[in-house]
Design a protein around this ligand. Sequence first.
Ligand SMILES: Nc1ncnc2c1ncn2[C@@H]1O[C@H](COP(=O)(O)OP(=O)(O)OP(=O)(O)O)[C@@H](O)[C@H]1O
Ligand SMILES: [Mg+2]
Length: 233
Amino acid sequence: MATRKKNATAGKRPTRAKAAARGKFIVLDGPDGAGKSTQVQLLSEQLERRGIRFIVLREPGGTTAGEVIRSLLLERREDRLTAVTETFLFEAARAQLMEEVVRPALARGTWVICDRFTLSTLVYQGYAGGVPVKAIEVMSALATGGLKPDCHLVLWVSAETGIRRRASRAADRMESKGKAFLKAVADAYRKLAREKKNRVTFIDAGGLVEDVRRKVWAEVALLVPQRQDGRRT
Ligand SMILES: Nc1ncnc2c1ncn2[C@@H]1O[C@H](COP(=O)(O)OP(=O)(O)OP(=O)(O)O)[C@@H](O)[C@H]1O
Ligand SMILES: [Mg+2]
């Protein structure tokens, strides 16, 4: 029978360096062309200046499985995916991302900035796509294991503004669903964010890039540890 060797430290817990504070989970969501990618970039620069460790993710994607799912969902081809199929695919990519990337990053103290999250599924596949909202809420809870962003911002622009801003870019499969769909998307985002359900914050993103950047930072700064002089910026 194998015996375990006792050593001098047996029974004592090893001393460890103080555990890192949990990272913050920030989501920028909103209709097509609202300026999410632009603001994610500006926010990254701001966090970098503050010396905050972070990663930037986009949904769907961020894992090997997630990127395959992303190409299924977004590449323009003739596959006619139903809204229910889309929902399962988005949630599957999300489940993998949470497990493989988001939870471990937050646990080691790294902040996570995510371009789109659960609200996108609720809006695109639910309110605009016709999948029962309650079903999506259950699936999202399963995919995220109940983990909620510390800050979930909706950058809101009207469908017209979004379309105008994106005019020079080729539409992907989700974006090419037509103006009525994009209007339903914009309306749903506004409704959900204004109701302040799902713990989201509405940001009017129709103004100048710099104005939107200030509004975004005003929210995110609340999560940044204060400096000795009390400033967060
Ligand atoms: N506040 C703004 N005013 C005017 N143009 C803007 C503003 N913010 C972003 N843009 C421009 O609008 C276009 C779309 O912006 P961006 O790609 O950041 O939006 P997005 O929300 O990430 O879009 P998508 O949903 O397609 O990923 C870009 O050409 C960008 O330079
Ligand atoms: Mg973008």
